[in-house]
Design a protein around this ligand. Structure first.
Ligand code: FAD
Ligand code: SF4
Length: 506
């Protein structure tokens, strides 16, 4: 008897460990182990919809494998190690195959178990850079920007290239064509909602009894490969064509716009990155989506997603220890309870609390921008993101929060800190029109907190920012502030931050 241990975020249709086991035993003599680990489920006060997603997808996966002729051991255990030991003792399996976890903690556990049990780890090929490292010899001390990594990945996987191996359209990057504000008349087709079946309904019921964030009821994400493909097809047909133009736009009455909402399925293996990339590429060749949309979307997956995973394993341990801006304040309680008089923030926090989702620009330019400007401790920001989002895992959170969002590494992952005042939010959204704060005011009780904290950040870190070629021009704006205005900005910021720091977590 051979066993295959499959983790809940590795629900691949063609799972490498199942393929390897096929060479060793018949399906009837192969037992697939799926562990619902109590310790893992309780590691954070997770969003309940994330728990429903993972548990329901694992249960559907178990049913699929059973129907395909495998023996399946789907078990609840106090933790992974106990589950593996119980399984081996009960089945008498003499060999167990598994794929290396995407996250550090679980991978370390797998290695430890492999020292004492008949457990063999296969490489993680769920990520494309796990199949082919585009820059294998680069020392960890050297900074590698996204663009270098992305071009190497496009070349290797032959994505959006002409016959000569050059980028289609003559450019690698259409970022500049992907920053349009959204006119009121443009309405995005909604992302597809999947009606829960009996397995998902029972899971919603069960998870509803657990501690966590948000409401499990209302869950409507795909939990099977077929549903995930339907979500992909719907996105490619209906929203991809305008993804590029409005990638950076935000709107108060729509938290998705032209984004794909595919990260929950991608991050647990219901979709594979290359099939998503090829689907987008096909839309370009079929003439149904323009190049700026397709390249922009491909860059998110073949570029940013892969780059983040690559950086996590390369410099992740340095990232979690980094705090380049010496941010020491606690996370304000309103992140947990969602109460704020800031229209943009209250709207995004309410949506995250309800659904566990916000699109990239809201994560970056509302949520983490505010934390960076306010000097919130990176570890506390990381813990909040990890708990609150349906698509959150350590491998994606560490580089996105410490690197891209908070610039805690001083620029290893992103080339500049993503900071902005309300002027940016006002340009890219309709939030400010419905807000009690004044976006342009830099100080005083009516001044927008983003604007106050932005100028305060420039004043506090002026010397360091001047040294950054991409932020030097922003610091030049300080010359318009005389001493009296500088003092007023600092005083308004200090009062605001003191209020937020004294607001205890509920
Ligand atoms: P789309 O806009 O449709 O993009 C397509 C796909 O590209 C996404 O599904 C995702 O797989 C990938 N992608 C795009 N940008 C990134 C990125 N920076 N890192 C990794 N993948 C990316 N992504 C997560 O999957 N889980 C997280 O917990 C998460 N937390 C984030 C926290 C912060 C502070 C920031 C700045 C970004 C975070 N991201 C995270 C990245 C990105 O915001 C989400 O992947 C994206 O919003 C998911 O929504 P979507 O599927 O509609 O994305
Ligand atoms: Fe947000 Fe400031 Fe605009 Fe209000 S004025 S919506 S707080 S950016």
């Amino acid at each position: 008897m051979v066993s295959v241990w499959i983790l809940g975020d590795q629900l691949l249709e063609r799972h490498p460990a199942l393929c390897a086991a096929a060479a060793l035993a018949e399906r009837a003599n192969t037992t697939v182990l799926l562990i619902e680990s109590e310790a893992r489920l309780a590691q954070q006060p997770y969003h309940r919809r994330k728990l429903v997603l993972i548990l329901s997808a694992m249960r559907h996966y178990a049913a699929m494998l059973g129907a395909a002729g495998y023996r399946v051991d789907l078990r609840r255990a106090p933790d992974f190690a106990t589950g593996v030991r119980q399984h081996l003792a009960e089945t008498g399996s003499h060999r167990m195959l598994t794929v290396a976890a995407a996250e550090r903690g679980t991978r370390a556990l797998q290695h430890a178990l492999a020292q004492e049990l008949p457990l063999e780890l296969l490489p993680n090929t769920q990520f494309l850079c796990g199949q082919h490292d585009p820059l294998p010899d680069v020392p960890v001390t050297r900074r590698v920007v996204l663009e270098t990594f992305y071009r190497a990945m496009r070349r290797h996987f032959g994505v959006l290239l002409d016959d000569g191996g050059n980028p289609l359209g003559g450019q690698w990057n259409y970022d500049a064509a992907n920053r349009r504000p959204l006119p009121r008349t443009v309405v995005a087709p909604p992302a597809q909602q999947f009606v829960p079946d009996a397995i998902t309904l029972a899971t919603i019921d069960e998870v509803g009894q657990r501690a966590g964030i948000g409401d499990a009821a209302g869950f409507a994400l795909p939990v099977t490969h077929a549903d995930a493909r339907q979500a992909l097809d719907g996105f490619i047909a209906e929203r991809l064509p305008r993804f590029g133009d409005y990638e950076d736009a935000m709107r108060a009455d729509d938290g998705v716009l032209f984004h794909s909402v595919l990260s929950p399925a991608l991050n647990i293996g219901l979709l594979e990155p290359l099939e998503v990339i090829r689907a987008a590429e096909h839309a370009y060749h079929a003439g149904s989506a323009p190049l700026n949309a397709v390249e922009g979307f491909v860059r998110q997956i073949l570029g940013w997603r892969e780059y983040m995973y690559w950086q996590y394993w390369r410099i992740g341990e340095q990232l979690v220890a980094a705090n380049a801006w010496n941010a020491q304040r606690p996370l304000p309680a309103f992140f947990w309870d969602g109460t704020s008089d800031m229209h943009c923030l209250a709207t995004v926090l309410r949506r995250v609390h309800q659904t566990g989702y916000a699109h990239h620009i809201e994560r970056l330019m509302i949520l983490s921008n505010l934390c960076l400007l306010a000097g919130i401790t990176p570890a506390e920001v990381n813990a909040w993101f990890l708990a609150s989002f349906v698509d959150a895992y350590d491998w994606v959170m560490v580089p996105n929060v410490f690197g891209m969002g908070l610039n805690a590494d001083g620029g290893g992952v992103a080339t500049k800190p993503y900071i902005a005042s309300a002027a940016y939010i006002d340009r890219m959204s309709d939030y400010c029109g419905g807000c009690r704060f004044q976006p342009r005011a830099r100080h005083g009780p009516a001044a927008c907190p983003f604007t106050v904290l932005y100028w305060n950040f420039l004043l506090t870190h002026e010397a360091a920012l001047r040294a950054n070629p991409r932020l030097g021009p922003a610091v030049l704006g300080l010359r318009h502030l005389d001493d009296a205005e500088r003092t007023a900005v600092r005083q308004t910021a200090a009062a605001l931050l003191a209020r937020w720091s004294n607001d205890p977590r509920p």
